[in-house]
Design a protein around this ligand. Structure first.
Ligand code: AMP
Ligand code: GLY
Length: 440
């Protein structure tokens, strides 16, 4: 069977890497892929990103199954397009992808269906938004409505920061962008919400429209710097499982958040298929609340999660695209996995491209070490440059060095040993990934 993975980040490298391990899969294509998927002989990059062109290519290649990684093609309707032409694809339709692509949609949905989340109001009028934050006080959270790659959120600790964020998001021409927010060009709307306290976790499930299967839990590290300081990023590292999600909290998240969401979407006439990612904030009383929904897997959460998945991903996906997830029991490696993101100089505001990355271990030696370096923003260099196996940086997050260990501490040690041997100019990485799970 031939499989297509859509996307070119670390998440897609991990999905493709895992898919290639299935004995039923003869070829795994990644569109557009990256330097890491180019270097792996079991994977092949396809330089097509246009949704219709990709659908045409998938038809002509007789692709048996397509898995979509990122939110942009989902929000652009790739699942609708593939399905309309009889192609098997795992992901939400464009309408269902609004759970992620519009904060206003997802907040209204949660309110309507009684799903725990922060109190909020939506604004398009800057004056009304300013008046609202004045009334509520700081800390308060200002979110741009629309896809913003994790960067459209300002957790304002002071009223000044909140006012600045509103000015930037609702009136970009006057905003000085002091917080480095990515402006949402699509619709000038903001969601302003209550500041929640607690510990975050990523709770990701697979849905086939009616059945739900939870993946292993995980925790991301969204801030750029050690100790959760610095600006928000797409994610600087992750590990699985997340001990904060106790069996009780797991049961509550399923009962209070995931199942009502799947049921609510079906009731609203937009059944959800695909990965559903609830970003949870878990308070001191063990109450999980939804910070956000994503309609896809997390990046970098996918990397440690795929390292721990023992089941055949192809079988799982075939069940998930035929309404048979109830037939599947996912099998996980009991060992934790941990991934450290190595990011480019200048990330997240202005990442530099074109730095030569050297010291990448061979795929064989990584396998021996129960580790893997998943690539994200990398490309293979032009012929004659860089030497065998070297790549050039080509994006903000460059690599995610992921390892299994008998404890989180051991997984962390292995991942950092490998990361320390990988060299590129200006590389940034946190040195404390997994700290919440390590008690020493
Ligand atoms: P989001 O993209 O909505 O998940 O927001 C990005 C990050 O901002 C989250 O991972 C949290 O760390 C933080 N955040 C978002 N909403 C809130 C909130 N209501 N209270 C506290 N922190 C938040
Ligand atoms: N790591 C957070 C996300 O994928 O949205």
């Amino acid at each position: 069977m031939k499989v297509l993975v859509v996307g070119g980040g670390g998440r897609e490298h991990a999905l493709a890497w895992k898919m290639a391990q299935s004995p039923k899969v003869q070829a795994v294509y990644v569109a557009p892929g990256n330097g890491g998927t180019a270097l792996d002989s079991r994977l092949e990059n396809i330089a097509i990103t246009d949704v219709q062109a990709l659908r045409g290519w998938a038809q002509s290649e007789k692709i048996a199954l397509t898995v979509v990684g990122p939110e942009q093609p989902l929000a652009a309707g790739i699942v609708d397009e593939f399905r309309a032409h009889g192609l098997r694809v795992f992901g939400p339709t464009r309408a269902a992808a609004q759970l992620e692509s519009s904060k206003a949609f997802s907040k209204a949905f949660m309110k309507r269906h009684g799903i725990p989340t922060a109190d909020y109001e939506t604004f398009s009028d800057p004056l009304a938004a300013h008046a609202y934050v004045k009334l509520k006080g700081a800390p308060i959270v200002v979110k741009a409505d629309g896809l913003a790659a994790g960067k459209g959120v300002v957790v304002a600790m002071s009223l000044t920061e909140a006012h600045e964020a509103i000015d930037f998001m609702l009136a970009p021409e006057t905003g000085a962008n002091p917080l480095g927010v990515t402006h949402n060009a699509g619709g000038a709307r903001v969601v302003i919400e209550e500041f929640l306290q607690g510990e975050e976790a990523s709770f990701i499930v697979m849905c086939d429209g009616k059945n739900v299967t939870a993946l292993a839990t995980s925790q991301d590290h969204k801030r750029l710097l050690d100790g959760d300081a610095g600006p928000n990023t797409g994610g600087m590292g992750a590990y699985s499982p997340a001990p904060v999600v106790t069996p009780q909290i797991h049961a509550r998240a399923m009962r209070e958040i995931i199942l009502p969401t799947i049921k609510g979407m079906a009731q609203d006439g937009i059944p959800f298929t695909g990965f559903l990612y609830a970003g949870l904030m878990i308070d001191a009383q063990g109450q999980p609340k939804t910070l956000e929904f994503n309609c896809r897997m997390g990046d970098p959460e996918t990397q440690p999660i795929m390292m721990r998945l023992k089941s055949d991903l192809f079988d799982v996906m075939m069940a998930a695209t035929s309404g048979q997830l109830d037939q599947i029991e996912l099998d996980w490696d009991r060992r934790p996995a941990l991934g450290v993101v190595m990011a480019a100089h200048g990330y997240p505001l202005n990442p530099r491209k074109g730095d030569l990355v050297t010291g990448l271990p061979s795929l064989d030696s990584l396998k021996q070490a129960n580790a893997m370096v998943f690539h994200a923003g990398t490309v293979t260099p032009p012929p004659g440059q860089g030497g065998k196996g070297a790549v050039l940086s080509a994006g903000g997050r460059v690599l995610c060095v992921t390892a299994l260990g008998h404890t989180v501490k051991e997984a962390q040690k292995r991942a950092y040993e490998i990361a320390d041997g990988i060299i590129f100019a200006g590389a940034q990485f946190r040195t404390d990934i997994g700290f919440r799970a390590i008690k020493s």
